[in-house]
Design a protein around this ligand. Sequence first.
Ligand code: SAH
Ligand code: TMP
Ligand code: ZN
Length: 406
Amino acid sequence: MPSCLICETPIEPFLDFGPMPIANGFLSPEQFKDEYFFNLRVAHCPKCSMVQLTELVDRSRMFHENYAFFSSTSAWMQRHFAGFASFVRDRYLASDDPFICEIGSNDGIMLRHFAERGIRHLGIEPSSNVAEVARERGVRTITEFFDEDLARRIRDENGQADAFLGANVMCHIPYMHSVIEGIRLLLKPAGVLIFEDPFLGDIVEKTSYDQIYDEHAFYFSVSSLRNLFAMHGMEIIEAIPQHVHGGSMRYVVAHQGAYPAGDSVHEVARREAQLGLETPECYDRLRANVERSRDDLRTLLQSCRDEGRRVAGYAATSKSTTVTNYCGITPQLVEFISDTTPIKQGKFSPGVHIPVRSHDEFARNYPDYALLFGWNHRDEIMSKETAFREAGGRWIVYVPRVEVVS
Ligand code: SAH
Ligand code: TMP
Ligand code: ZN
């Protein structure tokens, strides 16, 4: 039986998606025969409450010189990170000559707001292609995986940090104890860790099971993180819900006793208790909801096909890999996926091999339905696709439930 990555208690999966490819592993036809698959399964630890994958993919298969996700492709996410940077500057950078680190800094979407103001900073980004874009923007970046050893080196070369940031990356790192020890020794006594990740409460409430994929080793909640940080003499002092990525949480974490814990942490803990996030029944319900969502989506796509309607996917998100593979969405059901990322275009989606095409091709010959794989960017996408609607196009969404939106 697998054991918990945090507390080593034996854990049993509550949901099994079957064989899955790498979520961001867009590929060309000559790579089909060597495509890598692993078993995507997720479990809840009865002791420390951490929800996690039970089989992990080697990090070198996911984060490398051809990493397909460039953070700055979404204009709304650019705005979000400008806001995140001001939050850090306004609340937590009181010292003279502050120093800031960010892990998973990608193309510099957040750190540029510090670089532009001459604030000392360091990005730690193992995927060299996205790191290079950050450097071109003037963001100081090293191409490394963060862990405790690297933290010591950074501290010895730069001194301790006032703030340590991470967005959509803490949940990617299975060796959490090394990461948190590293952060602890890197932070000044009044320094803070501020990070955001998809929130387990939203996944449960919205049945957004497509957040579950290889890169996301953990699905965090205040209750599981409290246990984890307590093991390292740290505590959560703020928990602030965010709308991005279909529902995320921003956590501010400090050395134990350095700051009073705010009401926001208790409020989120109360919401978690109402959802029953620490009980096995919650995960039985989630599994039933996921299975229903899969059946509804398959039925809807099949009926579109039977009626001779054309369906295209909109946004080749990493999340879409779980949906297409779990629901058996093949090119017979979805003709192609429109995506604005140049390195995804001309390739095929992982596992089910749906062609990925540019947005121009989508706009040149609108399908009858667009299946919104980028549902987390719904408002941004729908506000710019009014011409598709006016041409009679309709959206298929599946979060929080499967429905056609016209
Ligand atoms: N922060 C950005 C990017 C998130 S994608 C945003 O929110 O848009 C996750 C990023 O984390 C990738 O760029 C990946 O290369 C990086 N990453 C993965 N493992 C890491 C590790 N151990 N240390 C630092 N960065 C890591
Ligand atoms: P994400 O859900 O992991 O942020 O991935 C976003 C993907 O969606 C990325 O490949 C770019 C694509 N995308 C579009 O194609 N059009 C859009 O308007 C937006 C916002 C994203
Ligand atoms: Zn555990």
